[in-house]
Design a protein around this ligand. Structure first.
Ligand SMILES: Cc1cc2nc3c(=O)[nH]c(=O)nc-3n(C[C@H](O)[C@H](O)[C@H](O)COP(=O)(O)OP(=O)(O)OC[C@H]3O[C@@H](n4cnc5c(N)ncnc54)[C@H](O)[C@@H]3O)c2cc1C
Length: 413
């Protein structure tokens, strides 16, 4: 079994880390995902591109295949897969149409804000998500302000309730979701401790949903503008306590999701590379197949190195996450690197196809468009680099302080 047949399981490392039984279960689901992508995903993809929407039957099919509950806890009826066993399945799904990948992601990642929720919230929602095949949505980004502590959806405390006012946009599958996690800022508070996470259903009084215009790629996915007008929320609808919204957004959801989006870019890029490899073996110019030219071979090798290095960063983040480590830096590194890798690979794949690659009939045309969405989801490359740089500089300053402290106490001895 080579790296090219089975990049995640070939080494046997995952079976050693997670046990033969659990790894075997994940591998069987991965094989089911591989079969789905080969036999069913192309016709779902064609239908979505043609109609501009995801058919209800696709959501149902994903549920029939058990793809909606891979990471949800076993006590609630989910598979309870650790991240490093879930990622090989996600990578496989990302070979298919972007909307299918997005549905899969919405099912298996966004519910995680509730890992910081109360046991009542978990007991209510987790079994429902499994049983009813429902997904969740996450609302952070705003049309008028920056992300994080700059956001301006405000929550004020009134008569034992919270009242939300403000706007969010680009919120994926808000319309289809069982619940939406909304990150807001407490009136009068400042810094990271000002953020609080709220759990709302889309029909909550005072919340209006408006669907946005279709996007460039991931055709069929819905994205909404959410407007909160004196929207009253009870204390039971707070996730993780008042002032803990940063922790809910970043550590419960974004960290693992960023690594997941990076894994999706690995799958998409591998698909683009596979298509380009097929094309250069078939296409002849000046009497020889393109694949026999050394310049083309170098390009193929560079593409595979880019994909594999991105995959390894995802794997590193996943294994550390499963051990309970804080992976903010690892997830941001994985995401920033996967953006560069997918940028390079989808561009090279289109070039290797020649002009026909630019046609709507070519397999790389859609991959090129769908890759672009992944660069934005859970933050741009700049945003990931800001996280890495902040951690790097903080560490360097701490080292300096420690060295000064050591020198100082040494001098005093
Ligand atoms: C398909 C799709 C689905 C999405 N789904 C969701 C969702 O479900 N929920 C959700 O909350 N959001 C969602 N988003 C939003 C997405 O997370 C944001 O678009 C992304 O994080 C960038 O934020 P922004 O759009 O506010 O860009 P801006 O903050 O306006 O940034 C614009 C540019 O400036 C750069 N920039 C910003 N601040 C700085 C700075 N301080 N220094 C240097 N450069 C800076 C950015 O890197 C970017 O290149 C989605 C976006 C897309 C495209």
């Amino acid at each position: 079994m080579s790296l090219f047949d089975d990049p995640w399981f070939a080494s046997g490392e995952l079976a050693t880390l997670y046990g033969e039984e659990k790894a075997g279960r994940a591998r069987a689901i991965r094989d089911r995902a591989r079969q789905f992508c080969k036999e069913e995903a192309p016709s779902w993809g064609e239908q979505i591109e043609r109609d501009g929407k995801i058919p209800e039957a696709l959501w149902q099919r994903m549920t029939e295949l058990g793809f909606h509950k891979l990471t949800l806890p076993e006590w609630a009826g989910g598979e309870g897969l650790p991240l490093a066993l879930y990622f090989p399945i996600l990578e496989e799904i990302a070979h298919g149409h972007g909307a299918i990948r997005m549905v899969f992601h919405a099912y298996n990642s966004i519910w995680r804000t509730l890992e910081k929720g109360s046991s009542e919230q978990q007991k209510y929602w987790f079994p429902r998500l499994v049983k009813e095949g429902r997904s969740a949505a996450f609302a952070l980004t705003e049309p008028d302000y920056g992300t994080g502590i700059d956001l301006h959806t405000m929550a004020s405390e009134q008569d034992g309730h919270f009242v939300l006012n403000g706007r969010k946009h680009l919120i994926t599958f808000a319309e289809e979701s069982a619940f939406i996690t909304v990150i807001a800022k407490m009136e009068g508070a400042a810094g990271r401790g000002a953020l609080t996470a709220f759990l709302l259903t889309k029909d909550h009084p005072g919340l209006e949903l408006e669907n946005m215009a279709p996007m460039m790629g991931d055709i069929g996915c819905t994205h909404a503008i959410l407007t909160f007008k004196d929207c009253r929320v009870t204390k039971d609808e707070v996730i993780g306590g008042v002032g803990n919204g940063y922790d809910v957004a970043l550590h419960a959801f974004l960290d693992q999701s960023r690594a997941g989006i990076a894994t999706s870019m690995v799958g998409l890029s591998q698909e683009a590379l596979n298509a380009a490899l097929e094309q250069v073996q078939n296409r002849k110019t000046f009497g020889k197949a393109l694949v026999s030219r050394q310049a083309v071979q170098m390009k193929l090798a560079e593409m595979q190195i880019a994909v594999q290095s991105a995959r390894l960063l995802c794997m590193d983040a996943a294994k550390k996450y499963d051990q309970g480590e804080d992976i903010s830096v690892e997830a941001s590194m994985a995401k920033a690197h996967a953006i560069s890798a997918s940028q390079r690979v989808t561009d090279d794949a289109l070039n290797l196809f020649g002009g026909i690659g630019y046609s709507k009939t070519s397999p790389v045309e859609r991959l090129y468009r769908d890759a672009r969405s992944l660069w934005f989801e859970e933050g741009t490359s700049d945003m990931q680099k800001m996280t890495v740089a902040e951690a790097l500089i903080t560490h360097a300053r701490r080292q300096k302080r420690r060295a000064r402290h050591r020198a100082h106490s040494g001098a005093g001895e």
